[in-house]
Design a protein around this ligand. Structure first.
Ligand code: NAD
Ligand code: GLY
Length: 372
């Protein structure tokens, strides 16, 4: 696979007919007025960020956007998954209405997946829909959450349970932002990058294994390639199945177990990417237990997840009946139907399918994968 030039200005395109949009990947993008030159025009723009990211990048975004929008407002939300709630969403509507924003106002989500998901949901519903742009600043958001139009908030009973499909007008992946990311967040992003290998592209899996040291060292060339290839795979999937009637569900590999870990531990205790990494371990071992893939392939994935700095042992959510607690939480997963849990499983390297699994087998995989 060819190396990607981090200074390249060529875009990945999400092909969705009249709602198609480009993902710009490169360096120095946030502070350049040209980045935003052909977006919808309006008298006002609102940058939604959080208290950790705004001090780092909001001023350069505001200065560049001021070349195109007469008024650029700024809102810094509290930081963290625990704030992906109705109450925080309300603060975005409060800001929009307090500033007298209208239905042409453009929202800019500057931050990780939490800011992106909430800002997208606000854009989907404010005045029944206003344009928005994703400026993802975490690795996880650049390779996954900013792309594809899933927006929403958490409910105490389930992750991402309230939301909308609503596509952005543009995604701006400025690789420079990844240099300030805490190491734990970098690893969390690597989980969603690794995900694309077993479900769609074993050559990419080989590349990740070979280039993991460069990715962990944040080498721009390696990051550029990983972000671009991840976005290309996600674009390919989303273009075929925008609303997850079928194929798109493969992007949730590791998420059924992962969402149970997040909800069971309390949102924010484990990072989303950490829960997905550990969830991939469980899903890969369940695939092997069902005879769908070699145990050697599952263990290769486990080693890569561990080498990326991610947990491979699941937490004990209930010392009395740990597997039972996982199962109860997984029955709340959006893919579950009439209480039956559907897993994304590996059906041979590079191919994922949706399948139910016998409860006794799921229990034994959970028991063998959890610490304690
Ligand atoms: P996050 O948004 O909480 O960001 C992680 C942390 O890094 C935060 O503390 C944030 O303030 C900080 N941060 C962000 N950018 C930074 C930077 N450049 N430098 C320093 N610190 C920075 O978490 P995340 O991992 O980006 O996203 C997780 C969320 O994304 C979850 O809510 C998950 O459900 C969602 N998600 C959505 C989709 C989707 O398709 N919509 C896909 C995957 C995940
Ligand atoms: N992150 C899964 C999806 O976008 O469908």
């Amino acid at each position: 696979m060819p190396q990607i030039d981090p200074h390249s200005t060529s875009n990945v395109v999400i092909d969705l007919g009249e709602r198609s949009y480009a993902i710009a990947i490169g360096t120095g993008l946030i502070g350049q007025p040209a980045t935003y030159a052909d977006l919808p025009r309006a008298s006002q723009a609102l940058i939604v960020s959080n208290t950790a990211v705004a001090p780092l990048y909001a001023e350069q975004a505001r200065a560049a956007l001021s070349a195109h929008y007469p008024q650029v407002h700024m809102l810094a939300l509290p930081d963290g998954e625990a704030y992906k709630t109705w109450e925080t969403l309300q603060r975005i509507f409060d800001a929009l209405l307090t500033h007298g924003c209208d239905r042409k106002t453009v929202l800019f989500a500057l931050g990780g997946g939490v800011v992106g998901d909430m800002t997208g949901f606000a854009a989907a519903s404010f005045m029944r829909g206003v344009p928005f742009v994703q400026i993802p600043t975490t690795l996880l958001a650049q390779v996954d959450s900013s792309v594809g139009g899933k927006t929403g908030i958490n409910h105490p009973l389930g992750k991402n349970m309230v939301g909308a499909f609503y596509q952005p007008h543009r995604v701006v992946c400025d690789l420079d932002t990844l240099q300030t990311l805490p190491p734990r967040e970098l690893s969390a992003g690597l989980a969603e990058i690794i995900k694309y290998g077993p479900i769609a592209d074993t050559a990419f899996l080989d590349w990740i294994e070979a280039n993991l040291p460069d990715l962990l060292a944040r080498a721009p060339q390696a990051l550029a390639h990983a972000v671009r290839r991840s976005c290309e795979i996600k674009a390919w999937v989303v273009a075929q199945d925008e609303r997850e009637a079928g194929l798109r569900a493969i992007l949730n590999f590791g998420h059924t177990f992962g969402h149970a870990i997040e909800a069971g531990m309390g949102y924010g205790a484990w990072l989303h990417g950490e829960a997905v990494g550990c969830g991939m371990v469980m899903a890969a071992r369940l695939s092997a237990a069902l005879g769908m893939v070699d145990a050697a392939f599952a263990e290769r994935l486990v080693m890569l997840v561990a080498a990326a700095g991610l947990p491979v042992k699941g937490p004990v959510l209930d010392p009395g009946d740990n597997a039972g607690r996982y199962l109860a939480l997984m029955r709340l997963d959006k893919k579950a139907q009439a209480g039956a849990i559907t897993f994304v499983l590996i059906d041979g390297p590079g191919r994922a399918v949706m399948r139910e699994a016998p409860e006794a087998l799921v229990r034994s995989v959970i028991d063998s994968c959890c610490a304690g």
